[in-house]
Design a protein around this ligand. Structure first.
Ligand code: CUA
Length: 317
C-alpha cells in the first residue's frame, strides 16, 4: 500500500533508476508509519481528554501507577521499526555509494553557472549530459570555483561538486528520456540558471553522439569559438543574436565599436580589449555594469581557445 502512495507521480518525480524505486519504497514506508503513529498518538490524546474530563466538582483523579506491559510495548515496537528503517536505509545508501566497476565515466565540472561534461574521447558538452540506457554511469565531479551540487531528482542522486577535489555518483538509468538536472547549492547570481538535462538514449544513439564529438575538433576557428562560447556558458550572461542586455553587455555587433567605460574614458572593442575582458573582466568595465560579476578566465583557456572565441565574437554581425 505505501508503495502505491510513493509511486503517485504527483508526489515524486519519475523513477528513472532501480535505486529510485528503492528510495521511494523506504520513503513511502516512513510516510505511512509516521501517519499511523500520528493517528494513534493524537487520536489517543483526544480520546482520553474526553474520557477523563472532570465532570463534577467532586471528581477525584484516580490513583494510577504504571503498566509494565504497555511501557515495554511502546518502547520496543518503535525500537524495532527504527532499527528496521536504519538497516533498510543503510542497505540502499551502501548501493548508492559503491561505485560499479567498468562504469562509463564522465567528468562533470560545476562552475558559475553551468555544468560542463567531458567524455573520455575529449568531447565536451554543456548542461545536457547524454548517457546510454541500462548502463552503469559514473559521474566524476569537481568544481572550478565554489561548491555546487549535482542533483538528478528522477535518479534520486545528489552530490556536492567541491573545488580542489573529486567526488562521484553513479546511476544506471533504466528509462529513455530527458531527466531534469540542476544545482542545489546556492552558488551566486545565476545559481537558478544552473539547470540541464540528463538525456538517456539507446547505445546506438550514444555511439553516434560520441562520434559526432570527435568530428567537431576539426571545425573552423569561429565555429570552434561558438562551441567554446556554449561550453563556457557565456550565453548565460551575454546575448549574441541581438543587443539585449543580460547580466553582461550584449556581444552582438560589438567588435570594433567604441565603448564608454565606468570612468568615462572611451575604448575600442578590438582583439586586445576582448582578450583582456575575457581573462580579467574587471580591468575595464563598460559603463553601467558591475566589476567582479564575471569570473576571470585567466588560466582556464588556451591561446587557441582564446583565438577561437575572439573570432566568434568578431563574426557576430
Ligand atoms: Cu551551482 Cu548553484
Amino acid at each position: 500500500m505505501w508503495m502505491n502512495i510513493a509511486k503517485a507521480e504527483s508526489f515524486m518525480p519519475t523513477q528513472g533508476t532501480e535505486i529510485a524505486k528503492q528510495v521511494d519504497n523506504l520513503y513511502g514506508f516512513l510516510l505511512v508509519t509516521s501517519l499511523i503513529a500520528c493517528i494513534i498518538l493524537i487520536g489517543g490524546m483526544v480520546y482520553f481528554a474526553f474520557k477523563y474530563k472532570r465532570k463534577t466538582d467532586n471528581d477525584k483523579t484516580a490513583y494510577i501507577t504504571h503498566s509494565t506491559a504497555l511501557e515495554f510495548l511502546w518502547s520496543f515496537i518503535p525500537l524495532v521499526i527504527f532499527l528496521g528503517v536504519f538497516g533498510w536505509g543503510w542497505y540502499i545508501y551502501h548501493q548508492m555509494r559503491t561505485m560499479p566497476k567498468d562504469a562509463l565515466e564522465i567528468h562533470v565540472f560545476g562552475k558559475q553557472w553551468a555544468w560542463e561534461a567531458e567524455y573520455k574521447n575529449g568531447f565536451k558538452v554543456v548542461n545536457d549530459i547524454v548517457v546510454p540506457v541500462n548502463k552503469d554511469v559514473k559521474i566524476i565531479l569537481t568544481s572550478n570555483d565554489v561548491i555546487h551540487s549535482f542533483f538528478v531528482p528522477s535518479f534520486r542522486i545528489k552530490q556536492d561538486a567541491v573545488p580542489g577535489r573529486y567526488t562521484a555518483v553513479w546511476f544506471k538509468a533504466d528509462k529513455l528520456g530527458d531527466f531534469h538536472m540542476f544545482c542545489t547549492e546556492f552558488c551566486g547570481t545565476a545559481h537558478s540558471g544552473m539547470i540541464g538535462k540528463v538525456k538517456v538514449v539507446t547505445q546506438e544513439e550514444f555511439d553516434k553522439f560520441l562520434e559526432q564529438g570527435s568530428e567537431e575538433a576539426s571545425l573552423p576557428l569561429a565555429q570552434r569559438g561558438e562551441k567554446i562560447f556554449a561550453v563556457k556558458a557565456c550565453a548565460s550572461c551575454h546575448s549574441v543574436a541581438d543587443s539585449a542586455v543580460k547580466v553582461g553587455p550584449s556581444l552582438y555587433q560589438r567588435f570594433g565599436k567604441e565603448e564608454e567605460l565606468a570612468d568615462g574614458t572611451k575604448i575600442v572593442a578590438d582583439e586586445n580589449y576582448l582578450r583582456e575582458s575575457i581573462l580579467n573582466p574587471s580591468a575595464k568595465v563598460v559603463k553601467g555594469f558591475t566589476a567582479g560579476v564575471m569570473p576571470a578566465f585567466q588560466g582556464q583557456l588556451s591561446e587557441s581557445e582564446l583565438n577561437a572565441l575572439i573570432e566568434y565574437i568578431k563574426e557576430l554581425k
